[in-house]
Ligand binder design. Structure first.
Ligand code: CO
Length: 637
């Protein structure tokens, strides 16, 4: 163990389980929903230096199915004590992986479900039926408030390994009580025949394969340029700590830049705080589809074990993810996080026309830290990129299989795209919220919204060409929420007013949003009550350790109002304070046949760009790469 922010080790997870058992907090009906490092306070971490004693504490969410009761526990692993064990009334934590697997079996074995299968589809043997566990949400009913529920979607495979999503059992929706692991009822919404075509993508089912691809190898004869010590990484001038937990998955801590010998903080903690994927089809069997993948499923629990050569190409350093089953057993997702270097084309170039034989060109190298999650039908890749010029980029890559519905022959849906005969993909959106705890060259920062505005015509602007950036200081939380604005090329700048750069201005980083959208569901839609974070693209809050998840700690089946919209009611000061930027970004997915049977990656993200943080281009010192001889003959003779 090298650093206080390294995730819990398997041994610490086992220790935590043992301490909870000894204290009588783990009964036969208690599930461990999550177990993660309780991070030391920021001030303490900043005072920490290598070799100091560590503080190791754990934060645990427990759920007792027999009491329908959620508990939070904190433990000190240094003193081997349970510090707190508190009942959190009226909440439903994340569905554990075990519950999801048990739920599938409970549905398949249920007599109610089997009789619905017989009646609607003539299916006697459910062994080829797949049951995907979807969260139930909260639509204002008594059961949504008082039970622990799932509303699975069901599909029929034609054999045990084909793509079952191609064959939805559209009309039937079981509703499951997860505490009793019992099907309460099977809702029947009508009958649609099973779509006729297979939609396979597995290698052995998609032959013949194209044959004109020759090998491409990434070779680093001297090894990669990073150093790893535990979860601490140094790469060129960058340093950071890799974190991982069941709820957020991959987390970056303490991203700093060594600027000519001074280690300067930039990003104290960065994670995907919440997600929601609302569907836009009013059909009763489709309308309740929305998934809060972090708060309802847990991104860490859904994280893939990555494979060299397939997921990642080159000289790869993997990091494992250590988690705990709902029954209190430590387990490891091997290769949960991938790190490697990539050539990223040209970093900068200039040719002096008068010295044409001496072009100056530098190649860009970026460090990639990534993980991929599978949440039932869909995959999300989370990719961090650090660049030599001080840029920090985050990109989400969306792939996997669309959530599909069945249609009658000749039928079309206004609210989705026909992608194969009798098979349609309902319109939907993917919203992500990123929590970025920025510490630009220190903890106390200010935030500005930057709008570029044309000057009015007049004596000061005789050619009517003038425009200028208009910074607006964000003074308090309630006034900080904003949408993107194309008309003013809106961006945001975070500065440290206490440190000046070489031109006498506060050092800063700009936040540059990428593709985005606004929600189409009304503010009264049930999912939006729980996802207040979609009300603005950008939120800025005064840092608070307990404010981690944009839709609150327990969005599953909540009646809403928690998270960002609630926190900003305090309207705390944002001037020269410890600030957190929360960015909501969405992808409006109007599916197309090319997204089927498996969807090629779609990309979405943002950029943090130094803006007066350095006194000039920090990548000026990147050496030129050696020239190489051409390996292919030139053909434009
Ligand atoms: Co989509």
């Amino acid at each position: 163990m090298q650093h206080p922010l390294e995730p819990l080790t398997p041994r610490e997870i086992q220790q935590t389980v043992r301490l909870l058992q000894e204290a009588g907090h783990l009964t036969s009906t208690t599930r461990v929903i999550s177990m993660s490092l309780l991070e030391p306070p920021k001030e303490w971490v900043y005072r920490f230096s290598q070799g100091d004693p560590l503080i190791r504490r754990a934060f645990v969410v427990l759920f007792d199915n027999s009491q329908n009761a959620c508990y939070e526990a904190t433990l000190c692993l240094d003193t081997q004590r349970v510090i707190t064990h508190t009942h959190i009334p009226g909440v439903q934590p994340t569905m554990s992986m075990d519950e999801q697997m048990e739920c599938e079996q409970a549905v398949l074995q249920s007599e109610k479900f089997r009789s619905a299968l017989r009646k609607n589809y003539g299916i006697e043997d459910p062994s080829l039926v797949m049951v995907d566990i979807w969260s139930a949400g909260n639509y204002g009913s008594e059961e949504d408030r008082t039970l622990r529920l799932a509303r699975p979607l069901c599909f029929l495979r034609s054999d045990p390994t084909d793509n079952g999503y191609a064959r939805p059992l559209e009309g039937i929706r079981p509703v499951v009580d997860l505490n009793e692991m019992r099907v309460l009822r099977v809702e029947e919404h009508g009958h649609w025949p099973i779509p006729p075509q297979a939609g396979n993508y597995a290698a052995e089912r998609t032959t013949p394969h194209r044959t004109d691809i020759r090998p491409l190898e990434i070779v680093q004869p001297g090894g990669p340029s990073f150093d790893v010590d535990g979860n601490c990484v140094h790469w060129q001038n960058w340093s950071f700590v890799i974190g991982f937990n069941g709820r957020e998955g991959l987390v970056l801590h303490q991203v700093c830049y060594n600027d000519l010998g001074t280690v300067r903080p930039i990003l104290y903690r960065a994670s995907l705080s919440e997600m929601v994927v609302p569907y836009g089809d009013p059909a009763p069997q489709q309308a309740r589809k929305n998934a809060f993948d972090a708060g309802e499923y847990g991104l860490g629990y859904c994280t893939n074990s990555l494979e060299l050569g397939c997921d990642c190409l080159g000289v790869i350093r993997y990091f494992d993810g250590h988690l705990c089953t709902s029954r209190g057993e430590a387990y490891t997702t091997k290769n949960a996080i991938c790190m490697h270097e990539e050539d990223f084309g040209i970093l900068w170039k200039h040719t002096d026309r008068r010295i044409p034989d001496q072009p100056e060109v530098r190649r860009s190298r970026r460090l990639v830290v990534s993980s991929i999650v599978t949440v039932e039908n869909y995959e999300y890749g989370f990719f961090w990129y650090l660049y030599q010029d001080g840029n920090i980029q985050f990109e989400i890559k969306l792939t996997g299989i669309l959530s599909l519905g069945a249609l009658h022959p000749g039928e079309r849906s206004k609210f989705g795209a026909l992608i194969a005969p009798q098979l349609y993909a309902p319109n939907h959106q993917h919203f992500f919220n990123m929590r970025l705890d920025l510490d630009i060259d220190g903890v106390e920062n200010c935030a500005y919204q930057l709008d570029v505005v044309a000057d009015p015509p007049g004596p000061q602007n005789p050619y009517e060409n003038a425009f200028a950036a208009v910074p607006q200081l964000l003074k308090t939380e309630l006034s900080a929420g904003a949408h993107l604005n194309l008309e003013t090329a809106r961006s945001w700048k975070f500065v440290n007013p206490n440190r000046c750069n070489a031109v006498g201005e506060p050092v800063g980083y700009r936040f540059l949003p990428g593709d985005n959208c606004v929600p189409f569901a009304s503010k009264n839609a049930w999912w939006r009550k729980r996802a207040g974070f979609v009300d603005y693209h950008v939120w800025v809050t005064h840092h608070h350790e307990d404010e981690r998840h944009a839709a609150g700690n327990y969005p599953n089946q909540s009646s809403g109002g928690d998270g960002l919209p609630r926190w900003i009611q305090e309207d705390r000061s944002l001037v020269n304070q410890d600030l957190v930027l929360w960015y909501t970004f969405g992808h409006t997915h109007l599916a197309r046949p090319e997204d089927y049977p498996v969807m090629p990656m779609a990309y979405l993200g943002f950029l943090l760009k130094p803006s007066g943080f350095f006194s000039q281009n920090p990548a000026n010192d990147v050496p030129p790469s050696p020239k190489k001889l051409a390996t292919l003959p030139c053909c434009n003779t």
